[in-house]
Design a protein around this ligand. Structure first.
Ligand SMILES: Nc1ncnc2c1ncn2[C@@H]1O[C@H](COP(=O)(O)OP(=O)(O)OP(=O)(O)O)[C@@H](O)[C@H]1O
Ligand SMILES: [Mg+2]
Length: 356
């Protein structure tokens, strides 16, 4: 259990600025995801936490103490990477117990700890197998057990599921969350998969070019993103150009596609500002096109796809532009159909316009 504060980390690799002032924190027992596209600095941040890299400036505190000068093998952190590199000639139990060999733990205490770690990741019974006789998901669970066996103060995971197929990813993801919550361990989890980050995290740091664009709960980053970049990265999104006509402190009246709407949004916006209105596909509904005032917008269906649990469609608006919708699977949709679009305004969100 550990409270962690990462303060204004910077790191350069010759002329590449990998970290440009990364700050975030974890309360004891929280799982924090670092989410963002390739090259945004997720692994660099995690390596600084693990002690495999030294930041150029900034600090990392664990339970109030700076750890940046502590060598990685004295930090007592469990680390799991994407390429989990089990020792091929060692059994599962030997692989898991490897980390114990370098600690002051009496030999007689090893086996109970190994068994307990294997139980946590549900591999009891496979202790004597060699890695080559395990599936990918089982191998990844051995890597997780190897990190857990030392009862780390902090668990660090860098894309631990990247080698697994979608189904296994789902299964091991839930297992990681379950083990982390049961043991009350603080954890940092690197991923570029927004669904994965949202599903298992207490908070998500959405990273952009070596900085944290937003650090908040999964619900906040999805429903109240700080900027368009975050909205785009956390799921399907529609953005409509808007003009603020009135309002302050997060409640605004705006003009959008010839309509005047009352919406919530980023508090710093003010009357006269140009802005963008975020409408998630599931906050839009299809209604008859002659059904004012429910039909806020009108248009023509240009694309439709049946996905089982829902249908996705695109509507070309009469006023120009296009909206993506997610509607219930049994709603009738056909290409070319004239439709009205209703909007759940409680779930619309106004953000500053992106400057080119
Ligand atoms: N050893 C290195 N030498 C030079 N540049 C590096 C080195 N390691 C990383 N970088 C650069 O630093 C930046 C951040 O890299 P980092 O590995 O942290 O990204 P990431 O967010 O983990 O990306 P990915 O999702 O691809 O793993 C990138 O521009 C990368 O090219
Ligand atoms: Mg990486």
């Amino acid at each position: 259990m550990a409270k962690v504060e990462v303060k204004a980390l910077t790191k350069r690799y010759s002329d590449v600025v990998a970290l440009d002032g990364v700050s975030l924190h974890a309360e004891s027992g929280e799982l924090i995801s670092l989410l963002g596209p390739s090259g945004c600095g997720k692994s660099t941040t995690l390596r600084c936490l693990a002690g495999f890299l030294s930041p150029d400036s900034g600090d990392i505190n664990v339970d109030g103490q700076s750890i940046v000068a502590t060598p990685s093998n004295r930090r007592d952190f469990g680390v799991v990477f994407q390429n989990y590199a089990l020792f091929p000639h060692m059994t599962v139990a030997e692989n898991v117990g490897y980390g114990l060999l370098f600690r002051k733990i009496p030999k007689s205490g090893h086996r109970p700890r190994i068994d307990s770690a294997l139980r946590m990741v549900r591999l009891t019974g496979l202790a004597d197998r060699l890695p080559k006789a395990l599936s990918g998901g089982q191998q990844q669970r051995v890597a997780l057990a190897r990190a857990l066996v030392i009862e780390p103060r902090l668990l660090l995971l860098d894309e631990p599921l990247a080698n697994l197929d979608a189904r296994l990813r789902d299964e091991v993801r839930w297992l990681i969350r379950e083990v982390q919550q049961q043991s009350g361990m603080t954890a940092f989890y690197v991923t570029h998969d927004q669904a994965e980050a949202m599903a298992i995290s207490d908070k998500v740091a959405v990273m952009k070019s070596g900085r944290v664009a937003q650090f908040a709960t999964p619900r906040e980053i999805y429903q109240r993103p700080s900027e368009r970049y975050v909205a785009d990265f956390t799921g399907e999104a529609n953005f409509l150009a808007a003009k603020v006509v009135d309002g302050s402190s997060g409640a605004f009246r705006v003009e959008v596609s010839g309509r005047t709407l009352d919406v919530r949004g980023i508090a710093s916006l003010k009357a006269g500002d140009r802005a963008e209105l975020l409408l998630r596909p599931e906050s839009l509904g299809l209604v008859a096109d002659d059904e004012p005032p429910t039909a806020l917008f009108r248009g023509t269906v240009s694309k439709a796809a049946f996905l089982g649990a829902s249908q996705h469609c695109e509507v070309a608006l009469a006023t120009g532009g296009m909206l993506k919708l997610a509607v219930p699977p049994n709603t009738f949709i056909s290409i070319g159909q004239h439709v009205g679009i209703s909007v759940d305004l409680d779930h619309a969100w106004l953000m500053p316009e992106v400057k080119p």
